[in-house]
Design a protein around this ligand. Sequence first.
Ligand code: GDP
Length: 472
Amino acid sequence: NDLASLLGVSVNDIISTCMSLGMFVSINQRLDAESITIIADEFGFAVEFTTHDDEVDVAEEEDEEGTLIDRAPIVTIMGHVDHGKTSLLDYIRDASVTEGEAGGITQHIGAYDVMTSSGKRVAFLDTPGHEAFTAMRARGAKITDIVIIVVAADDDVMPQTKEAINHAQVAGVPIIIAINKVDKPQANPDKIKEALSQNNILVEDWGGKYQCQEISAKTGQGIEDLLEKVLLEAEVLELTANPNKKAVGSVIEATLDKGRGYVTTMMVQSGTLNVGDVVLAGSFFGKVKAMFDHTGKKLKKAGPSTPLQMLGLDGAAQAGDKFNVMDTDREAREIATKREQIVREQSIRTKKHITLDEIGRRLAIGSFKELNVIVKGDVDGSVEALSDSLLKLSTSEVQVNIIHKGVGQISESDVLLASASDAVIIGFQVRPSGGAKKIAEKDEIEIRLYSIIYDAINDVKDAMEGLLAPTV
Ligand code: GDP
């Protein structure tokens, strides 16, 4: 409707043009940027997009020269189950709380920060695992600066270790390896380094670029050194932020507390948050009534890289939602209302993620350069064969990237990765798990299942040549 009035044509004309392009739309439907471009083109208009949508995006204040100062790194811990992620997070947190400080009791609030013995701060996201990490990324949140991959010295590089490495690499976040459980008699750190090298992770003392530290989350051995390595990495990254502006950051988690209302754990990423500020997070807003750190200590203000819990939002924001500080209540309410409306409309929105059918249309607009694919299969041999053949389909126009491949059923984390990286998933002789299927439906991620390799290759090839017959 809006587009019709902008172009000065009838709504029916727009709808029939959409139909001729293979899109079945309703009068109130929101169209994506690419669709608008081609439709406008059909009517002889060129479209210019602004980089942000004034209605629902909040422009961040520019950082002038000289306003940036160093900030603490924000770390996520990942690794295979039982390799000691939780133990490591607990050890670091507990070691930082001195007795007598706020009763010496720590709470799990989803994030915390510690002071290292060298007097520098490091913040941790307290939801271990690459699923949480990638789920946040799928929502557009870039919070983690450094990933620590934990590998148990009495075990091996396991499937989830590889997945974690992969998710961190796809996100472009630097990795530090922590070889854990070295207190155990069976511990064999060299075997782990060897296995890592076979996965293209060559650690520093083997001449590679990855920092690595042997630790015990049980005795605490090596953990201080690990934190120093985190700080070293942070130095290389030159992490900075401007503390003297309105706060911007991300939501880590939110809960409803009977007595206190909605409790939101947030990470300030830039600026300073003060008690009394009006916060807008996703489609919720409210004045900061109170803020606490993970020891329950009240905070009056919180600068960059500070995790905190705030009271005062009028609903449960989602992990990965961005938050901003607004000038007035009214402004916050207006944007929150509009965002809510968009969320409601999103269920009838045109497809956001790539599908093989979509490729032809995107190729036609010339906006398609890369096809990201995740390959899962029942045995290593077929995964490799399929991945290789798909890679070879790359043309001068479209590059095929296999962003992840592995043996086993299609998991929730595969779907999250596809969502975060706009990829299609190809399964060979495997199926998605129940959970994976649900997320794929919700996020509209295409999962294609095959039992003949040749069919899979042909479909992708046809799609890239714009020949794929639409599936109904
Ligand atoms: P997660 O699944 O990766 O979070 O692993 P956990 O932190 O739950 O640890 C799994 C098991 O390994 C638990 O029983 C821990 O007590 C044990 N564990 C973790 N770190 C160490 C360590 O450094 N040394 C020893 N001996 N045991 C550990």
